[in-house]
Write a protein that binds this ligand. Structure first.
Ligand code: SAH
Ligand code: SF4
Length: 354
């Protein structure tokens, strides 16, 4: 009997691994290549749909792998045209991803973990800490479920859903390799952004890859005092170390980093803070992306429009490259991790009342 927990995910297998699998199953290697074509060219992970394979081999794939492991539990439309997919994983856990259509480009926002160990105080994803890491194949399945829904592959990918991707380093990087390899999905690394809360050891390893992925750093404050109010001790690194790792990233990957800055009323939105952030951004050749806070019931508030505008203007006047995140997905239960946590709370309430 095969053990469900140890079965690998078919979507996480590269072509070489698939050829090896075919040989081990007593089949010619080209059968593994055919499986790869179904996954990478046609986006099919369920062997039932792999109609060029003999029935016995399809059965064998179903026995040997999670194929697929995840399914869409719910589609949630936001009025601004974004769509959230709540996914149920093979073990009943859930994550979410977002499809973000732009004027010309389609972007997918993907999760890397179930929950998050960093536990930023304003973020719904980290409220209950980490449940588990996503497997490489589960990350690829997010991508494929999004593509199936959209009817096409995305132009851009951002890892800004649930979780701290650089704490799931090896599985995330293996997924990035499948996404960018010409033998895999063939995306340009320049169209992929990984967002980190400033996990310095992961940033340095990511830099050492020397690949042209974009790196976004959730800085939220120009100094350690303000940052300590937002991110608990444990996985919070000093601003100076984070910026040194950002310099290293620019040096090794040749990509300018983006500083993400969730604007919170009365915490990190003063004009003085904006001036200090501008100095930091310019010194490190970084862009700044302001994200007005979406309420998650955490006790924080979004600053008034006038404060957001002033913050942006101070940065721009100081010569920093600054953008404000468009209000996509801000309505309803749309901020990072909110859909999952809303559903989990509903489940908790249901089980408490039954
Ligand atoms: N863990 C990574 C990536 C996921 S969070 C990181 O922290 O960068 C992606 C971004 O969403 C982060 O910049 C985070 O600060 C922001 N975010 C999380 N909850 C938010 C909320 N309620 N309102 C606005 N931004 C939020
Ligand atoms: Fe984790 Fe990012 Fe949320 Fe912080 S903001 S708890 S690092 S997902």
């Amino acid at each position: 009997m095969s053990c469900r927990a140890t079965r690998p995910f078919l979507a996480g297998m590269g072509r070489n691994a698939l050829r090896q699998w075919a040989l081990a199953a007593g089949e010619p290697a080209f059968r593994g290549g055919q499986v790869g074509d179904w996954i990478f060219r046609r986006g099919v992970v369920d062997p039932i749909g792999m109609t060029t394979l003999p029935a016995g081999l399809r059965e064998r794939l179903r026995r040997d792998f999670h194929a697929p492991g995840s399914r869409v539990a719910e589609y949630v439309d936001a009025p601004d045209g974004t769509e959230k997919l709540l996914l149920t994983l093979h073990d009943g856990e859930s994550i979410e991803m977002v499809l973000i259509p732009g004027e010309e480009r389609l972007t997918f926002c993907l999760s890397t973990q179930v929950g998050c160990p960093v536990r930023c105080r304003f973020c719904a994803s980290g409220r209950d800490g980490l449940v588990r890491n996503l497997e490489t194949g589960e990350i690829i399945e997010e991508f494929l479920l999004g593509a199936a829904r959209a009817g096409r592959r995305p132009d851009n990918l951002v890892f800004m859903g649930i979780g701290e991707g650089l704490l799931n380093f090896d599985r995330l990087v293996a997924a990035l390799e499948l996404l960018t390899s010409p033998e895999g999905f063939g995306m340009s690394p320049r169209r992929i952004t990984v967002s980190t809360s400033g996990y310095v050891p992961g940033m340095l390893r990511f830099a050492e890859l020397g690949r042209e992925y974009n790196l976004a750093i959730s800085l939220h404050a120009p100094d350690d005092e303000i940052r300590a109010r937002l991110i608990p001790d444990g996985l919070r690194y000093p601003v100076a170390e984070i910026m040194a790792a950002a310099d290293r990233y620019l040096e090794c990957a040749g990509r300018m980093v983006t500083l993400e800055y969730t604007l919170l009323d009365g915490i990190n939105d003063s004009p003085e803070t904006a001036r200090r952030l501008a100095v930091l951004a310019k010194r490190h050749h970084a862009k700044v992306n302001l994200i007005p806070y979406n309420a998650t019931g955490s006790g924080f508030r979004r600053p008034p429009r006038s404060a957001i505008d002033m913050f942006e203007r101070i940065l721009a006047d100081a010569g920093a490259h600054v953008t404000v995140r468009v209000e996509r997905g801000a309505k309803g239960v749309a901020a990072c991790g909110q859909l999952r946590s809303a559903r989990c709370n509903m489940k908790k309430q249901e089980s408490q009342s039954s």
